[in-house]
Design a protein around this ligand. Structure first.
Ligand code: FAD
Length: 490
């Protein structure tokens, strides 16, 4: 067991998605560690990415709970904020007035929602009808106001803002999105895809105002008035701010650790102090702050193996992320940089059918997908994600990917048939669960969906892979008898 040079006490600051996962991983790798998790939020660990579904009403609060790390050697203290770290003394101080010693400290402090510098908005004291969207308490607040509201405005047309807008529209509110850029989700989409998405949203009760910023907010007990940069004014009952997230680095900075945008870490997730690590939304690895759960959970896996000595050589290697919008009635997956760096051999393919809300764009360099946008009903989206993820060569007939059909209309795409899916295909992006792992778990006795989920954690992140995992389970149930086992493994 490695941990610190002097002992085995690990203190984790932050009981969010990264901290909770690390706390669950550590004892699995070494029964000797003594883990204390200090979390400022007063709740049990919960799945933050499912807050969009909670807002939309497709799950209730029990549906966002995360499996708790429990058992020998683990102490979780919810509602306790760490106020200072003393790297020389190896101690942290809490807002309860106590002090804890550590051999190794892990910062998993996540990020905080940005309140834009708009007249009438004080980040420390938002008016009752104005909320950010980051925590369970934020979500409860939004829902409490929404229950008595007819209209909502969402400031910010990025991924989270649109999930919030769609969720509120699904609850029957008249929703408007105000976005300062010329098209929606500009970090993931090109202008054409943004336009198709805006049209789809309009059909779902969400109006968008583009290239316009909020200049002032006047919030009273009965409503909110929002002044826009083009001179217009919007009146609403609820204002949701979705203007970006900043890594929470206050403690790290005060402790003298190296901080850029996030707390700077190396491939072992070590900060500039070898006895302190950082992971998740607060960490910056190789110049990148990810803000996504898949890298946070992969970092937790790596850090657990490094700290417990199970594999001190393990290193964090980021994978290019795939972004999916979790909103009923909108199917969107985006990966890579759609504008990409001007490679002369790039092959650009696109298809647009705005009336049906469909848009697909692929960038191919050297027979490999370097970026893709798949919006609307496209049966090949799973295949596209797999090819991008594995860096595998694309099929000769590109139409299979772009339109979900090939010259041979009878030929299934790999997502239509689990049998054709290679073992290396990542089925659950959040937990990096490959088809091969699902097959092995089945063989080891996991014969129901619950068993497979418990064995692999597939579906426990955003949940968008549930259909694919169920498809694999059905296929295994049908074909994986002892006689066919070798065929399945092929
Ligand atoms: C509504 C919503 C939807 C999302 N959807 C997706 C998605 O579909 N896919 C995806 O990949 N990502 C999504 N994300 C982002 C994802 O939730 C984050 O990447 C993930 O939560 C990062 O985990 P973390 O533990 O680093 O941070 P967090 O989950 O934010 O946890 C950090 C915790 O640390 C605590 N903390 C901070 N400072 C202290 C302190 N001093 N003392 C004690 N505790 C402290 C905080 O209170 C918090 O509980 C979504 C986020 C939101 C808000």
């Amino acid at each position: 067991m490695t941990v610190g040079t002097s002992g085995n006490r690990i203190v984790i600051v932050g009981h969010g998605m990264a901290g909770a996962r690390l706390a669950a991983e550590l004892p699995a790798h070494s029964p000797d560690v003594k883990v204390t998790v200090l979390g400022a939020e007063p709740h049990r660990a919960y799945n933050r990415i499912m807050l969009s579904s909670l807002l939309a009403g497709t799950v209730d609060e029990s549906g966002v709970e995360l499996a708790e790390a429990a058992g020998h050697g683990i102490a979780v203290r919810p509602g306790v904020r760490v106020t200072a770290v003393d790297p020389a003394a190896h101690t942290v101080a809490t807002d309860r007035g106590d002090m804890l010693g550590y051999d190794h400290l892990v910062l998993a402090t996540g990020g905080r929602a940005l309140v834009p510098p708009v007249r009438g908005l004080d980040p420390e004291r938002l008016p009752a009808r104005v909320a950010v969207f980051r925590t369970l308490d934020d979500c409860r607040r939004i829902l409490a106001v929404a229950a008595r509201a007819r209209r909502a405005v969402v400031l910010g047309g990025g991924l989270l803002g649109l999930e919030a807008a769609r969720g509120l529209a699904a609850r029957g509110l008249d929703v408007q999105v105000v976005h300062p850029v010329g098209h929606l989700m500009e970090r993931q989409l090109d202008p054409a895809a943004g336009a198709v998405l805006a049209r789809t949203l309009a059909g779902l009760g969400v109006t968008t105002h583009l290239e316009v910023a909020a200049t002032a907010v006047d919030a009273g007990p009965d409503g909110v008035r929002l002044a826009l940069s083009d001179g217009r004014e919007l009146e609403t009952d609820l204002l949701v701010l979705s203007c970006g997230v900043r890594p929470e680095v206050t403690l790290a900075r005060a402790a003298g650790l190296t901080v850029n945008r996030g707390v700077v870490v190396d491939d072992r997730l070590r900060t500039s102090d070898p006895d302190i690590s950082a992971l998740g939304d607060c960490a910056e690895h190789d110049g990148v702050v990810t803000g996504l759960v898949a890298p946070a959970w992969e970092q937790a896996r790596v850090l657990a193996r490094v700290l417990t000595g199970e594999n001190p050589r393990e290193r964090y290697r980021p994978r290019p992320p795939v972004t999916r919008l979790k909103a009923a009635g909108i199917d969107l997956a985006a990966m890579g940089d759609p504008e990409g760096g001007g490679d002369p051999d790039v092959e650009e393919l696109s298809f647009s059918d705005p009336a049906r809300g469909t848009y697909a764009r692929l960038r191919i360099v050297g027979e490999r997908l370097t970026a893709a946008i798949m919006l609307g009903d496209n049966p090949s989206v799973g295949t596209v994600i797999q090819l991008f993820d594995r860096g595998a060569p694309v099929p000769l007939d590109r139409r299979t990917l772009l339109l979900g059909r090939s010259r041979d209309a009878a030929a299934p795409t790999t997502t239509e048939s689990p049998a054709l899916m290679p073992d290396a295909a990542t089925v659950c992006q959040c937990n990096t669960v490959r088809k091969g792992a699902l097959v092995r778990s089945w063989r080891a006795g996991a014969r129901t969906m619950d068993d497979l989920v418990a064995a692999t954690r597939a579906t426990t992140g955003c949940g968008s892979c549930r259909d694919a995992v169920e498809g694999i389970l059905d296929w295994l149930s049908a074909v994986d008898t002892p006689d066919t086992a070798e065929e399945v493994a092929a």
